[in-house]
Design a protein around this ligand. Structure first.
Ligand SMILES: [Ca+2]
Ligand SMILES: [Ca+2]
Length: 263
């Protein structure tokens, strides 16, 4: 059903619908089409819609073009017979799950084909069983800017890579951290932010509907100074530092001291 050459199908092209009139008929004007939102969006299927805004004076044929995000347009067959105000649709199948697609509608009469109508988009449903779950940070963390934080996630189903992003304004804007193999964790060099409205999002590249976000906001803060005793650099002196000190109790690094217990 696809015509990648954009020339339309053989079924209905080059047919003179009114052979008794010399083409083009002088009273026929250019038609106009409007693209309408898609319906019945499934994992691999969808129904595209358009409406004839102005048939230009005679019944029109219609067609659609569509493309996956980042790909080129496929042009479908010219088909049907519709007049001003009538809507038309086309069922697509064999789409990729969890992907964004763009499409637009076009109509034509014996005078001319219309310009392509406005572009609409839809996202197919993710493949059943494909999911990602972000475990950390999942909300309420207090993370010092410039430190290293381990982002942790789990996936079900086959997902070869993941896109990791963060937001410092509760999801209004997102900044890419990295796209990496699906290893389940990532050593994040925390940016120099100062915000209590931070989120992390992990998603399947090219399948934006397969994603998970921190369940609640967390904080990235800039430490106001170097604190003696903060051995792990998290801007707090607490039991974690004490535990780190206890673990290394009486270790030393003096090669001239025969009693030294190196690390
Ligand atoms: Ca979540
Ligand atoms: Ca500390």
């Amino acid at each position: 059903m696809k015509n990648a050459d954009g020339l339309g199908g053989a079924v209905s092209d080059n047919v003179d619908y009114c052979p008794w009139v010399t083409w083009p008929k002088p009273w026929i004007a250019y038609p106009q089409a409007i693209t309408e939102p898609a319906t019945d969006v499934g994992t691999t299927t969808v129904r595209l819609w358009g409406v004839v805004e102005d048939d230009g004076g005679e019944a029109c044929q219609y067609r659609f073009r569509y493309k996956k995000e980042g790909d080129r347009y496929y042009h479908l067959y010219w088909w049907g017979s519709v007049t001003t105000g009538q809507s038309f649709n086309w069922n697509l199948s064999d789409l990729s799950p969890g992907c964004r697609y763009y499409f637009s509608a076009q109509v034509r009469n014996t005078a001319s084909a219309s310009l392509w109508g406005n572009e609409e988009s839809f996202i197919t449903l993710p493949e059943a069983g494909i999911a990602v779950l972000l475990l950390a940070p999942n909300g309420s963390e207090e993370i010092v800017a410039g430190s290293t934080y381990e982002i942790i996630w789990e996936t079900t189903g086959t997902m070869e890579s993941v896109l990791i992003e963060y937001s410092t304004n509760n999801g209004t804007g997102w900044t890419t951290i990295d796209t990496i193999g699906n290893t389940g964790s990532y050593e994040w060099e925390v940016p120099n932010a100062n915000s209590q409205e931070c989120l992390v999002r992990v998603s399947c590249p090219g399948r934006p509907s397969v994603n998970d976000t921190s369940d609640d906001v967390f904080t990235i803060f800039q430490c106001s100074g170097i604190i003696p005793g903060d051995s792990n650099g998290d801007c707090y002196v607490n039991f974690l530092d004490f535990a780190a000190t206890a673990e290394c109790w009486l270790n030393c690094g003096n090669p001239f001291d025969p009693d030294c217990q190196p690390l």
